[in-house]
Design a protein around this ligand. Structure first.
Ligand code: PRX
Length: 647
């Protein structure tokens, strides 16, 4: 833990929406009278039919439901577009910055509205109705935001699959949600190289399990020649040109689904996290405004991809609901060189910049000269998300990017939470490098011991959230039982986050990482079980165990222990083949950093793999293995230590 404390800057506090006194008063009201608080703040968005009920939640595992504003109706896209037309129709809604630094585009609210209406009509003409699922597999280009909002406009449920996922991973998600339409592009572009999205989509859709997809909409992006299926494929540009620009927003119930986003858990295949419309939008827009101290006219840039929840809530829905100018960046921080982020900040005069610790660590390694080259005087607020930020990276970010003037909001949240739950507010919270600090309005975190007893004061424990908030996920798509099992069964009566945390004497929270078998690689969440099942799907592999290992840039790397079938030879070629296999099965982000041959795995007598031991060996902490006497064959441990890869 870092000892430094940075008090709220007077300069920032002066112009901030929330200062210390206001935070205290609003937080108090939010937890003492949640109905009153959320009843009042729900009005920040436009309702077609106003709600009369605010909250209706039961965490009883036998009858679990979560409803907010349940009798209200609205349209999410109209909140992000139509309601701004009169006052800011000519203001830029989206600044698109291409992978190629010479490419950028400003899209006004009026223009975005028209694009969304046209594509919404095009989707309707393909037979997409309210409640139908549409999978979006696109690069970070404006058509991604247009597709999301077009779905929202007609009440279709979108499910974005990150463009870095493999055909296999895409197929699994398309099949699970039963999509009617898939949207992709000829290619993506990252760091000057093409990514074969259409080819991947073709391969995914040829999967025998996929029976629901009627159309594949293709955005022409790089112009690359691609195979074409006349019966199924249509060009995005053609269908938009043919469609009417007049598309009245469909009236949607607050509790109708807005999107499904797949995320990794500790067991089984990824689960479809389902978010609904009203509460999600209230929460995403409110957190966007207060956490980033967003003021009208600010240029706001979140560097995430829309394939992750951060892109949903803090590139598209939150900022657009607030009438912001949001920047969408297609490229990578290192292309054409390590000054790209800072060049983009200078070029577009970015005021609020939100990125991930892994990017900061990678850029820090390249040296501060790359930062110093750019004029960063427009920056006012910095943000961090996705994993714990180590104090060294925090200090570097604060000094070199923020010039010691910009507060850093270290925002802790999850795909499941819909929006930020723990974070400083720029004008209200003293900063401690490495701590996500204090809860947002309406959020009551608690730390529990293994028996579920709530711990008081400064302590470590399992982080849970006691009561519901409007942005909370409502279910796992198609598997409500799994929702209950995953989040409400270990500790009944509260939402279990799966993270561990420490609370200090000032009540600040320090997230210590996952307490389950989920790892966090460059801010990307990965189930070790998913990588294991990819490995054992290889015909030469008998068994595999995967653990996270500390990694300087990625935060955590992937360490795989592999047992081959009895007649297979462990060779360097096979090692490379298995790494490639995992990339193909899941995607490049799941590539094992280390792959060790392990003739045996440490197991208890009942056959359970002892991952604690595997984690220690991977991390080179094999002198602290603890008790190994319960192992069926303690001898395997010596072999694993002798042959470890991370030396
Ligand atoms: O372990 C926490 C970590 O990322 C997990 C959630 O991952 P995902 O659903 O992919 O969402 C990422 C973007 C919100 C959490 O359970 N995490 C996220 N933000 C932080 C964090 N850990 C520490 N500090 C953070 N600021």
């Amino acid at each position: 833990m870092s000892a430094n404390v940075y008090p709220v800057s007077e300069e920032i506090a002066k112009g901030a929406l929330i200062d210390k006194a206001k935070y205290d008063a609003m937080y108090k009201q939010s937890v003492e009278d949640p109905e009153g608080f959320w009843g009042e703040h729900g009005k920040r968005i436009d309702w077609i039919k106003p709600y009369t009920k605010v909250k209706n939640v039961s965490y009883d595992p036998h009858n679990l439901y979560i409803k907010w504003y349940e009798d209200g109706t609205l349209n999410v896209a109209a909140n992000c577009l139509d309601r701004h037309l009169a006052t800011r129709g000519d203001q830029t809604a989206i600044i698109f910055e291409g992978d190629d630094p010479s490419v950028s585009e400003h899209i006004t609210y009026k223009d975005l509205h028209e694009r969304v209406c046209r594509f919404a009509n095009a989707l309707k003409s393909m037979g997409v109705n309210k409640g139908d699922r549409v999978v979006i597999y696109l690069p970070m280009i404006p058509a991604a935001a247009v597709s999301m909002l077009a779905c929202a406009r007609i009440g279709a449920i979108h499910s974005i699959v990150f463009g870095g996922f493999s055909p296999e991973a895409l197929a699994g998600r398309v099949e699970d949600c039963g999509a009617k339409v898939v949207i992709t592009s000829d290619e993506g572009l990252r760091g000057g190289r093409g990514v074969a999205l259409k080819r991947n989509a073709d391969e995914a859709l040829s999967h025998p399990g996929i029976k629901t997809v009627e159309k594949l909409v293709v955005v022409k992006h790089t112009g690359k020649d691609i195979p074409w299926n006349d019966a199924r494929d249509v060009w995005y540009q053609d269908v938009c040109d043919a469609a009417s620009p007049d598309c009245p927003p469909t009236e949607i119930n607050a509790e109708d689904p807005l999107f499904v986003l797949y995320t990794s858990g500790s067991t089984g295949k990824p689960k479809g996290v389902l978010h609904t419309s009203g509460g999600y939008l209230v929460y995403a827009s409110m957190t966007h405004q207060y956490v980033f101290d967003y003021h009208d006219g600010d240029i706001y840039w979140c560097t995430a991809d829309v394939g992750w929840v951060t892109g949903h809530s803090y590139i598209v829905y939150g900022p657009l609901a607030n009438g912001a100018t949001t920047l969408m960046f297609e490229g990578v921080p290192s292309y054409p060189d390590a000054s790209r982020f800072w060049q983009v900040c200078e070029k577009h005069k970015v005021n609020i910049f939100y990125t991930a610790p892994t990017a900061i660590r990678a850029l820090m390694r390249e040296g501060a000269d790359w930062v110093d080259k750019a004029d960063l005087s427009s920056l006012r607020i910095l943000g961090s998300v996705g994993e714990p930020i180590n104090p060294e990276a925090w200090e570097w970010y604060h000094e070199h990017v923020g010039k010691r003037k910009c507060p850093i909001v270290d925002t802790w949240w999850q795909t499941e939470t819909g929006g930020i739950l723990i974070s400083p507010l720029p004008g209200a919270t003293d900063l401690k490098p490495g701590s996500a600090s204090v809860p947002f309005f309406g959020i009551e975190p608690a730390l529990l011991d293994h028996e579920g007893k709530e711990l008081e004061g400064a302590t470590d424990g399992n982080l849970v959230i006691k009561y519901s908030w409007p942005g909370q996920m409502r279910t796992v798509y198609g598997d409500h039982e799994r929702f209950i099992q995953t989040y409400f069964s270990a500790f009944p009566g509260v939402y279990t986050t799966g993270d561990g945390a420490r609370r200090d004497e000032d009540g600040y929270y320090w997230i210590t990482g996952r307490v389950d078998d989920v790892i966090n690689v460059s801010g990307h969440r990965m189930g070790t079980a998913e990588v294991e099942s990819a490995l054992v799907a290889h015909p030469k592999v008998a068994e595999a165990a995967v653990v996270g290992v500390p990694h300087d840039i990625k935060g955590q790397g992937i360490y795989a222990y592999v047992t081959l079938n009895a007649d297979e030879e462990p060779t360097e070629e096979l090692r490379a083949e298995l790494v490639k296999w995992v990339r193909k099965e899941i995607g490049p982000i799941a590539s094992p950093d280390y792959l060790q041959w392990s003739p045996g795995l440490p197991k208890t007598r009942s056959g359970k793999i002892m991952r604690r031991i595997l984690r220690k060996i991977a991390a080179n902490e094999y002198d602290q293995l603890g008790d190994t006497s319960t192992l069926a064959d303690p001898g395997v441990v010596d072999d694993l230590i002798d042959n470890r890869q991370n030396r």
